[in-house]
Design a protein around this ligand. Structure first.
Ligand code: SAH
Length: 245
């Protein structure tokens, strides 16, 4: 049976790909993906047949992968981070109903929240959630509801797609909402270009985050009421075990 690997390649560096992801790419002849990600792979896997489609042509990209697989090629569809988190895995299953002869295998990857958390320290030590601020596929009212619910529940919040040229004030709007339910001193972090050239991190308060600059290659972390700074790192305690000792 023809097969497509849907591969999460991690946040950027080859070292942060799983062994299984590397093997799936090695076994594939054709690599389909958005240019930024296929460019990251070309250095390590120069002999593959790379196929790109511009951003926002996701359905065409899926069909391209299926057509190659249906024609007998071994195909990997690649996404940054994990393919199931704001990635292509779900859409691949949806488009796949048109191609019953092709099987999918999903290979998990290190998502930006995990890659970024390691740069910041240990911000995800307790219950957390992910929210994308992109309103391309989700109405903004829905995003606002989730931000409020997550703030009320005191989750550590990871914001994906915090900003873009067209949505430059969305992070500010999100912070403004959260400030109604969380303290202005809540510890927050921004990590840019995780595992890529120019990686950087900043720890700041929720009040400061409201006026901070994040771009589309940033992931933003908002701590819970127990999150604190230890030795310049953002730490969310697991519970009370240290205080008890
Ligand atoms: N599937 C990806 C997420 C794609 S959505 C994953 O699992 O990581 C795109 C958003 O992910 C970006 O706007 C940013 O918020 C985050 N992101 C992805 N790669 C990143 C990186 N290397 N550094 C910082 N943020 C990243």
């Amino acid at each position: 049976m023809n097969k497509i690997y849907v591969v999460g390649i991690g946040p950027g560096a080859y070292e942060q790909m799983t062994v299984k992801a590397v093997r799936a790419i090695e076994m594939s002849q054709v690599i389909v993906g958005y240019t930024v990600y296929t460019d990251l792979l070309k250095k390590e896997f120069p002999d593959k047949d790379y196929r790109n489609t511009p951003m926002r042509q996701e359905v065409e990209r899926c069909r391209m992968a299926y057509e190659e697989a249906a024609a007998g090629k071994k195909v990997a569809m690649v996404c940054s981070g994990d393919a199931g988190i704001y990635g292509m895995a779900g859409l691949m299953y949806e488009v796949g109903t048109e191609y019953p002869q092709v099987e999918l295998e999903i290979i998990p990857g290190v998502t930006a929240a995990l890659g970024g958390a390691a740069v910041l320290g240990a911000p995800l030590g307790h219950d957390c959630c992910m929210i994308s601020l992109s309103d391309l596929l989700t109405p903004w009212e829905q995003i606002e509801k989730r931000i409020v619910a997550a703030a009320l529940a005191d989750f550590v919040i990871c914001l994906y797609n915090p900003s873009s040229k067209k949505r430059s004030d969305y992070l500010q709007k999100a912070c403004h909402l959260m400030l109604s339910y969380k303290g202005e001193d809540t510890v927050c972090g921004i990590v840019k270009n995780i595992a890529r050239e120019g990686e950087s991190m900043e720890i700041l308060s929720l009040q400061e985050l409201k006026d901070a600059k994040a771009d589309m290659f940033s992931t933003v972390f908002i701590g819970n009421c127990k999150t604190r700074v230890i030795d310049g790192k953002m730490i969310t305690p697991r519970g009370y075990q240290y205080e008890r000792e």
